[in-house]
Ligand binder design. Structure first.
Ligand SMILES: *Cc1c(COP(=O)(O)O)cnc(C)c1O
Length: 387
């Protein structure tokens, strides 16, 4: 049987896959089962930060694999400790809990908010305000945190205690905080799955004020926009915010599963022995790769992200069939006149892999995509958008 036949026969059909089997990659190029070459503007959904089969990252991971691939959290291991130190040094956060995915990073944040509030404010202050149109993960609790009914319907009852603020209505956020006993606000600096939508500036200001006034934790979900993709190390850094909790995942591992929940000074002592755990969390090989990724997110690379972003935005803004370009850094959404799915298919036919987010075409290229490849890919996308 072919891979596609095996997959259709035996893999739970939770994904509507593109009709392509990817077999090999190199940087921002990837090849399918027929040897067809594509320029990759999707990076496995913001995961392959420095592209495919990146040599420096792969060397860091394999060196660790040959030394010690896993130890469990019953023992000390260097890569996780060093990664936590590097994350704290770069953000001013104080402690890190490691899991294996974005959903787990957010689960940790939610547990921290609940325990913090219980101790600091009282057990009735368990509610967490999230945003309409947000996306925070697929577990029952992170689905509850996700402010989109479509994700809730089939899986009720979900974890109680989530309230949803509309990013277009700062006054509504204030009313929610005033009328309910809350612990925290959880937000994405740029809503990814929700359509690549940056948080409006007036909402950001109100969030700051409301958090201070009602003693709420600010918790940034940086799973998609974090790790250099916004042009800053983390997306919230572009907004003048100082969150108490930062969750991240996708791009931190550079291609291997990791989740991290960063705890700031107000909550650094909230978790104690036995409060949380993960068998694979801080896996040494994964953390060795993440250390490599984080170490390479230098000012130069971040400037390169902003340069590439400007290049894409300039080439697409006002192009035939393009209604708007939204987003930040190398996390961009293109509102097209044609249905996004048609544009994605046309790009694929012509050797460019892009994604969708709601009604938009979503671009998440590698942070170091060579400019010539980027220009070629964007010109294919322009053609695909034109009517
Ligand atoms: C992808 C994503 C998640 C979920 O991450 P998983 O690793 O799939 O669990 C959570 N939050 C945001 C903002 C995401 O983009």
């Amino acid at each position: 049987m072919t891979t596609k036949e095996l997959d259709r026969a035996y893999v739970a059909p939770t994904y509507a896959r593109f009709p392509v089997e990817l077999v090999r990659g190199q940087g921002s190029l990837v090849w399918d089962e027929n040897g067809k070459e594509y320029i990759d503007l999707g990076t496995g959904i913001a995961v392959n930060t420095f592209g495919l089969a990146d040599e420096s990252w792969a060397a860091a991971v394999t060196a660790q694999l040959h030394a010690l691939q896993h130890a469990s959290n019953l023992y000390y291991t260097a890569p996780g400790a060093q990664l936590a130190a590097a994350l704290c040094e770069r953000t001013g956060m104080k402690k890190v809990f490691f899991g294996n995915s974005g959903a787990e990073a957010n689960e940790c944040a939610i547990k921290v908010a609940r325990k913090w509030a219980q101790e600091a404010k009282g057990p009735e202050f368990y509610r967490i305000i999230t945003l309409k149109n947000s996306f925070h993960g697929r577990t029952i609790t992170t689905l509850a945190a996700t402010g989109q009914d479509v994700f809730h319907e089939k899986f009720t009852p979900l974890t109680p205690g989530f309230l949803y603020a509309d990013p277009a209505d700062p006054a509504g956020l204030r009313a929610l905080a005033a009328e309910n006993k809350c612990a925290a606000i959880l937000f994405e600096a740029v809503q990814g799955e929700g359509g690549v939508l940056p948080l409006p500036a007036d909402f950001v200001e109100e969030m700051k004020a409301v958090a201070a006034e009602f003693d709420l934790l600010l918790m940034a979900d940086e799973v998609q926009v974090g790790n250099g993709r916004s042009g800053a190390l983390f997306g919230y850094m572009n907004l003048g915010l100082r969150p108490d909790v930062v969750t991240t995942a996708k791009g931190l591992g550079g291609g291997l599963p990791i989740g991290a929940c960063l705890l700031g000074a107000r909550v650094e002592h909230v978790l104690g022995p036995g409060d949380h755990g993960s068998t694979f969390g801080a896996n040494p090989a994964v953390c060795a790769g993440a250390l490599n990724v984080l170490g390479r997110l230098t000012d130069d690379v971040l400037a390169g992200v902003r340069e590439r972003s400007d290049r894409i935005v300039k080439a697409l803004s006002g192009a035939p069939g393009v209604k708007a370009v939204t987003g930040m850094g190398l996390m961009l959404g293109v509102e097209t006149e044609k249905p996004a799915a048609d544009v994605v298919a046309a790009c694929r036919e012509n050797g460019v892999l892009v994604l969708t987010a709601k009604t938009k075409v979503r671009l998440l290229p590698a942070l170091n995509i060579p400019l010539d490849l980027l220009d070629r890919a964007v010109s294919v996308l322009r053609d695909a958008c034109a009517n």
